[in-house]
Design a protein around this ligand. Structure first.
Ligand code: ADP
Ligand code: MG
Length: 430
């Protein structure tokens, strides 16, 4: 019985809805501008779902003399619930326009969708605040109630005849399809949030872990040193005591020195966990991390990333390119373009980072990657060094080409994972 109703047309309608929800999520995922600006986000939501509605309408489930049946109301409700009243109103206009162009104007359709719009727009603020399970439950019942309500109105004002296919396609199926669509929207959105959270944590870990532990470890000896120096300054002390204080202070300074030294083992990264790294995927993450900084410096990011697999530690890999990209952005105080490319050559993966910033003199190029070499007022001179060490650790090479006031291009060549070796290992394992 169910098989009779779930025909090709129904599947087509479902397909339009699912594909556009995926398309929305995909574009959202890959566009920082859309993630930042609610207006863009809503426009995209409206455009994707309106496309689904129009496709449903153009290729309906069935047409009978009184009406055309399809799932257009599902994207419409979805868009209005997630996007709010304005998205709903635009959507409503598009829907009516498409209906008029495709099949002519019908006042009953207008009334039915106007009711849907009003109910969904009113429910939207509440709906958006619900947790995931609440949204599923609400979407199921709301769609069902709207179907009953609009049918009731249609029967009263237009003497509409309720047929069996109508009950199946307009009253029974949509609530479930709607619930699945909401489930999909929620799942995709949660995955996106989880990924963003993870990235933030990774970023925090690299930067703050180091900074926090260094400052914590160094504060103690410094406090001691400060205390003894104050004592030496203020009180007339016997020579012996003075010498003892100085000795303690010196010991503490040495301790602090040792701590710094320890943390600079980061400078020769011991590869803990190495794994295959997709250069394009990881670089895209790093680009996302620095996007806000680039934005702040009016730097445009442009990238062309081919997939290529290298072996290394993901954390170090990210740290390395974070440092390099940061330098490039800092080199463009008046804005510019930062371009990152990845080229997959058979045995190696070649990464270039170019900026049109202040550039470096020959002497500066020569000193690039040297510890504590910095031309910046608050520079550490450690960023490039750490990056260079990580590249060398991965068995890679690097080259700096720079012209003062023109810009800098960094070319990094990393050995590509040897597929033959891997596949022979795999066959040995199996
Ligand atoms: P910091 O950024 O703290 O100064 P780094 O080790 O990251 O230290 O960089 C060392 C120096 O190399 C910088 O101070 C800068 O002079 C130079 N440098 C690095 N990258 C670039 C670049 N893309 N353009 C111009 N100069 C750069
Ligand atoms: Mg730096």
């Amino acid at each position: 019985m169910a098989g009779l109703y779930i025909n090709q047309h129904v599947l087509n309608n479902l397909f339009y809805i699912l594909v556009t929800v995926f398309a929305f999520s995909f574009i959202y995922d890959h566009s920082p501008a859309i993630q930042r600006k609610p207006l863009y986000n809503r426009t995209l939501l409206c455009a994707c779902l309106a496309l689904a509605s129009v496709l449903c309408m153009r290729f309906p489930i069935y047409i009978d003399p009184t009406c055309i049946h399809d799932f257009r109301q599902i994207p419409f409700l979805l868009g209005t619930l997630y996007g709010g009243g304005i998205v709903g109103a635009v959507f409503f206009a598009v829907l009516m326009l498409a209906r008029t162009i495709l099949y002519g104007f019908q006042s009953l359709t207008f009334v039915v969708y106007a009711i849907m719009f009003v109910v969904a727009a009113a429910a939207s603020p509440l709906f958006r605040r619900l947790p995931r399970s609440g949204k599923l439950f609400a979407s199921l019942w709301l769609t069902f109630l709207i179907a009953i309500l609009t049918t009731f109105v249609a029967v009263i004002i237009a003497d509409f005849s309720v047929t069996k296919p109508y009950i199946v396609y307009f009253i029974i199926m949509p609530p479930f399809v709607m619930m699945f669509a909401v489930y999909l929207m929620e799942t995709l959105h949660e995955a996106q949030l989880a990924r963003a959270e993870l990235m933030k944590m990774e970023k925090m870990e690299i930067v703050s872990q180091l900074a926090a532990s260094i400052s914590h470890e160094i504060r103690n000896p410094l406090t001691v040193v400060k205390g003894f120096i104050q004592l030496l300054q203020t009180e007339p002390l016997p020579r012996e005591t003075k010498e003892r204080y100085i000795r303690i202070a010196l010991e503490e300074v040495e301790r602090a020195e040792g701590i710094i030294h320890d943390y600079l083992t980061f400078a020769k990264p011991a590869p803990k966990e190495t794994e295959p790294i997709d250069v394009a995927v990881e670089l895209r993450k790093v680009l996302q991390m620095i996007a806000p900084m680039a934005h702040m410096h009016s730097v445009d990011l442009s990238s062309s990333l081919e997939h290529g697999i290298v072996i290394g530690n993901v954390q170090y890999f990210q740290q390395c390119f974070l440092n390099l990209l940061k330098n490039s952005i800092e080199a463009m105080p008046n804005g510019g373009t930062l371009r990152v490319t990845v080229e997959n050559q058979e045995t190696s993966v070649v990464i270039t980072i170019s900026d049109n910033g202040i550039g470096m003199t020959k002497e500066q190029v020569r000193r690039f990657g040297e510890p504590y070499f910095s031309t910046k007022e608050k520079g550490t001179g450690l960023g490039a060094m750490v990056a260079v060490k990580i590249i060398e650790q991965m068995g890679g090479t690097w080259k700096v080409e720079s012209t003062v006031q023109k810009g800098t291009t960094l070319t990094i060549t990393l050995p590509a994972r040897q597929l033959r070796l891997l596949s022979s290992q795999q066959s040995a394992n199996s």
